[in-house]
Design a protein around this ligand. Structure first.
Ligand code: PGA
Length: 248
């Protein structure tokens, strides 16, 4: 399976900074064909970044979208608008959206359906909090997030989703799950997909890990059989650091 290395820039970088970064990335990695590199800049930089991003290795993603196709939703962005500016992927259900903006599983499910309808590939984020892990509820929480987030999704569409396991306690905290901890959960996620959508759907999905990934821990994470890539926040903001992660 081709690994995915995705950069989630969150609320960082101006248009100028984003374009400079992606021009450099395009120069250095446009010919790398054994990895998919996904960049998720802020909304304001999507369109200018699309103009300098060179495929087929490099791909553009948004960090969020609204579940409805259009309407009176002041301040929101639709799937059609993301397609219009050149997005191929969209991050859905990031824990910062779930926790800081009260995004429920039902909205996330609706967003995934709308993304499919508009031909965007969802990067579907799931993960437990520290309290949930300490209470040994990790598997239960993940099963619930998957079941509700993918309610009424067809088995044939599952392969269009990138699953991102992001333990909330590891995001931006410098605490990474150990490669073994992450692998255990990734294996479980694959099992849940097989239970719910069948063997073929489960075998074909890419499950990437996110949460304090950096150039030091990337190698050991990627050595695990069920870890198919990384979603990188903080360490993707600096070009040298992100380039080293891509070259793990
Ligand atoms: P982090 O963020 O790498 O800064 O922990 C990852 C993410 O939130 O996607």
């Amino acid at each position: 399976m081709k690994p995915i290395i995705a950069a989630n820039w969150k609320m960082n970088k101006t248009v100028g900074e984003s374009v400079l970064f992606v021009e450099r990335l395009s120069n250095e990695f446009a010919k790398t064909d054994d990895k998919d590199i996904i960049i998720a800049p802020p909304f304001t930089a999507l369109h200018p970044v699309a103009a300098v991003l060179k495929g087929p290795t490099l791909h553009l993603s948004a960090q969020n979208m609204h579940w409805d196709e259009k309407g009176a939703y002041t301040g929101e962005i639709s799937a059609g608008m993301l397609i219009d500016v050149g997005c191929e992927y969209v991050i859905i259900g990031h824990s910062e959206r779930r926790n800081l903006f009260a995004e429920r599983d039902e909205y996330i499910n609706q967003k995934i359906k709308t993304a499919f309808k508009m031909n965007l590939k969802p990067i579907f984020c799931i993960g437990e909090t520290l309290d949930e892990r300490n209470l040994e509820k990790t598997f239960e929480i993940l099963r619930r997030q998957i079941k509700k987030g993918l309610n009424n999704i067809l088995s044939d569409d599952i392969r269009r989703i990138v699953f991102a396991y992001e333990p909330v306690w590891a995001i931006g905290t410098g605490k990474t799950a150990t490669a073994q901890q992450a692998e255990e959960v990734h294996r479980y996620i694959r099992k849940v997909i097989i239970d719910l959508f069948g063997e073929k759907a489960g075998a074909n999905i890419r499950i990437i890990y996110g949460g304090s990934v950096n150039q030091k821990n990337m190698g050991s994470l990627m050595n695990q059989p069920d870890i198919n890539g990384a979603l990188v926040g903080g360490a993707s903001l600096d070009f040298e650091s992100f380039a080293k992660i891509i070259n793990f």
